[in-house]
Ligand binder design. Structure first.
Ligand SMILES: [Zn+2]
Length: 234
C-alpha cells in the first residue's frame, strides 16, 4: 500500500504531449482512487471508489474499461489517518493537515475529503484543437464553474516540491458530487462537516509513454510560474 502509480509526467503534459495512453482498466488495476486526464486533454477525470468519471465541457461520463487516460495518478487508498473537521477551505487545508505538513513535506500524500461544500469552484480544461497545444493555451478556453451547497468528495495528492517535473508541486485535487453530475479540477472550496482522510505515500512509480510523440524532442521541466497558472492557483 501507500504507493502512487503514475502514467506520463507533468512535463510532458505542459508541452502538450497527450496522445494515446493507458486504458481505464489498466489504470484502475493500479489504484481505486486517483485523478487524470484523457487524450487531447479534454477535461478532467477523478477516480473514486474504483470508478473513473470524466467531466468535459460537452459531457459527463463514467469511463469504460477501454477508454484511455493520457495522464493518471492512482493509488490503492487505505487511509492511515482520518479526522472530522467543522470547516475547511483550500487556504486552511495545510493547517488541518498539521500532522503531516511540514513533517512529511518531502513525501507524497493521498488526500480525500468527504463533506458539504458551501462553495466550490472547479475547472474543466478545454480540448486540444491541434496536436501539441499546451495547457497554457487550453486554459484560455477552460470552463470555470462555481456551485454552492453541494455534497461531494474531493480526492487528490500533495506532491513534494522536488517532484515538480513529474507532478504539480503542492495540492492537486479533483471533485465529484455525490450524485456524480458535477466534477472537475478544484481551484477553491469552502466546506463544512468534512471528513479528511490521508495516507503518506512512500513509494512513487512512474510509467513513461512509449509513443513516438513522447520521444520526439527532449522534454524540459516546466516553469514553476506556468504550472501555477495552469493549476489556477494560488
Ligand atoms: Zn487536475
Amino acid at each position: 500500500m501507500n504507493n502512487v502509480y503514475q502514467y506520463s509526467t507533468l512535463s510532458a503534459l505542459m508541452q502538450g504531449l497527450c496522445e494515446g495512453g493507458k486504458t481505464a482498466s489498466q489504470i484502475l488495476s493500479r489504484g481505486d482512487h486517483g485523478l487524470g486526464t484523457v487524450p487531447g486533454m479534454n477535461g478532467e477525470v477523478i477516480i473514486i471508489d474504483g470508478e473513473a468519471y470524466h467531466y468535459s465541457s460537452e459531457k459527463t461520463r463514467k469511463l469504460g474499461d477501454s477508454d484511455l487516460f493520457s495522464f493518471a495518478m492512482s493509488t490503492q487508498f487505505r487511509p492511515a489517518w482520518e479526522t472530522f473537521v467543522p470547516t475547511v477551505t483550500f487556504d486552511s487545508l495545510s493547517h488541518r493537515l498539521f500532522d503531516f505538513l511540514p513533517s512529511k513535506q518531502n513525501c507524497f500524500l493521498s488526500i480525500r475529503l468527504d463533506g458539504f461544500f458551501n462553495s466550490i469552484t472547479f475547472r474543466l480544461i478545454a480540448a486540444q484543437d491541434k496536436a501539441y497545444e499546451t495547457p497554457l493555451e487550453l486554459i484560455k478556453r477552460q470552463r470555470l464553474s462555481s456551485y454552492t451547497r453541494v455534497r461531494g468528495t474531493m480526492f487528490g495528492f500533495y506532491s513534494p516540491t522536488f517532484a515538480s517535473a513529474f507532478s504539480a508541486a503542492g495540492y492537486h485535487l479533483h471533485f465529484i458530487s455525490n450524485d456524480r453530475t458535477l466534477g472537475g479540477h478544484v481551484t477553491e472550496f469552502d466546506a463544512s462537516l468534512t471528513t479528511i482522510s490521508v495516507s503518506v505515500v512512500n513509494e512513487y512509480n512512474v510509467e513513461l509513454p512509449q509513443s513516438a510523440e513522447f520521444n520526439e524532442f527532449p522534454i524540459q521541466p516546466p516553469k514553476e510560474a506556468d504550472v501555477a497558472t495552469v493549476m489556477t492557483k494560488f
